[in-house]
Structures are given as structure tokens and as C-alpha cells.
Design a protein around this ligand. Structure first.
Ligand code: URA
Length: 208
């Protein structure tokens, strides 16, 4: 399966604080931003470099700078917003698209209510960000939306994932690599990740 667990000690430590039911909104939000920055570091490890001539105050030299396609990040509303700033701190020139989905109460399947994507989709590599990979349905729908609009290269960055959701995404989109900080035990009957960290959107925005 195309899953990479980013098990850096700083990420694991911060994630454990986020899981704690007693961690409040301010700390939760700050920790998610910090972890997103650390994960952005790892998910961009394979970005291609090119050699460029630079004149330092001392001499001329050949140095390395980023080459290749530009990046686009796609936070899935609303919890994905909590990962956006951390990401942009490292890659300030990334374009940011948004995808909003709600769950149809009858079919329980995701329905798109909003999407605004960068105009130069085919020229960018995309990273979809969403803290919780639970059933996988909304992330599959997000990948579908991006691909239908011409995206060629997509990665997925989540904080916590359920094995059930990873399996579904791998089956639907085997070309999409998934980066997570933790693969948890399972989904419960309400679609929450166990042990998880509860509702990421509510904890991020203090809406519960
Ligand atoms: N969404 C969340 O915010 N938490 C879960 O556990 C599952 C989906």
C-alpha cells in the first residue's frame, strides 16, 4: 500500500498532546500547525533540484534550488484549514485551492458544495491536506475532483488515519501516495477514528 508513516519523535510527541481530551482549542490549533510544517518538510523530500549560478559576497558558485513543477495544496474544508498555514510557512509560493464536501444524510456519501482550484492545474503537483482520514470517502471524492479538473500528480497528507480508509483510497486511487503521522486501530460505528482525537474540526475551531 502507498502509505508512509512519518514517525519523527517531535511529530509523535505533539500528536499525543493533540489526542489528549484535556488539550484546549488554542494548543490544538498551534500543534496542528507545527505538525503540518514538520510533515510538509517530509512530504517534499523528493522535490527535484536544479543547479544555479550564485554570486556570494566572496565568489561565484554553483548551488541548488528547487526545479520542476510548482506546488498546489488543497485543504479539505473545514479541518484541512488547520494544516494550511504550517504548510505555507515552508512553501510560501504554493497556490491554495479549497474543496468543501458534506455528507448526504441518506446515502452517507460526500457531496461537493464548494471548490475553487488554481487555474494552472496541469502544471502543478498537488497535496491534499486533511487531518483525519476516516472512511476515506471524502478524500476519494476530493481526489476525483482534482483529477477531473486535470491534476496529474496528487499526494495526500493526513495526521491520523484508519486502516479502512487507507485501504479504500488505495483501491480507488493506487497512484496517490498517502503520508500520515499515525495509522490508528479502526473506525467506530459512528465513523470516528479509534483512538483518534475526536472531531478535528470542532477541536480546531472550538465549535463543541
Ligand atoms: N473526522 C474527524 O474529525 N474525526 C474522526 O475521528 C473521523 C472523522
Amino acid at each position: 500500500m502507498n502509505v508512509k508513516v512519518i514517525d519523527h519523535p517531535l511529530i509523535q510527541h505533539k500528536l499525543s498532546i493533540m489526542r489528549n481530551v484535556n488539550t484546549g482549542t488554542k494548543d490544538f490549533r498551534e500543534l496542528l500547525e507545527e505538525i503540518s510544517m514538520l510533515m510538509a518538510f517530509e512530504i517534499t523530500r523528493d522535490l527535484p533540484l536544479q543547479e544555479v549560478e550564485i554570486k556570494t559576497p566572496v565568489t561565484k558558485c554553483t548551488c541548488k534550488m528547487l526545479a520542476g513543477k510548482k506546488l498546489g495544496i488543497i485543504p479539505v474544508l473545514r479541518a484541512g484549514l488547520g494544516m494550511t498555514n504550517g504548510f505555507l510557512k515552508l512553501i510560501p509560493n504554493a497556490k491554495v485551492g479549497h474543496i468543501g464536501l458534506y455528507r448526504d444524510p441518506e446515502t452517507l456519501m460526500p457531496v461537493e458544495y464548494y471548490s475553487k482550484l488554481p487555474s494552472d492545474i496541469a502544471e502543478r503537483d498537488f497535496i491534499i491536506i486533511d487531518p483525519m482520514l476516516a472512511t476515506g470517502n471524502s478524500l476519494i471524492a476530493s481526489i476525483d475532483i482534482l483529477k477531473n479538473n486535470g491534476a496529474q500528480s496528487i499526494k495526500l497528507l493526513c495526521l491520523v488515519a484508519a486502516p479502512e480508509g487507507i485501504k479504500l483510497i488505495n483501491e480507488a486511487h493506487p497512484d496517490v501516495d498517502i503520508y500520515v503521522a499515525s495509522v490508528d486501530e479502526k473506525l467506530n460505528d459512528h465513523g470516528y477514528i479509534v483512538p483518534g482525537l475526536g472531531d478535528a474540526g470542532d477541536r480546531l475551531f472550538g465549535t463543541k
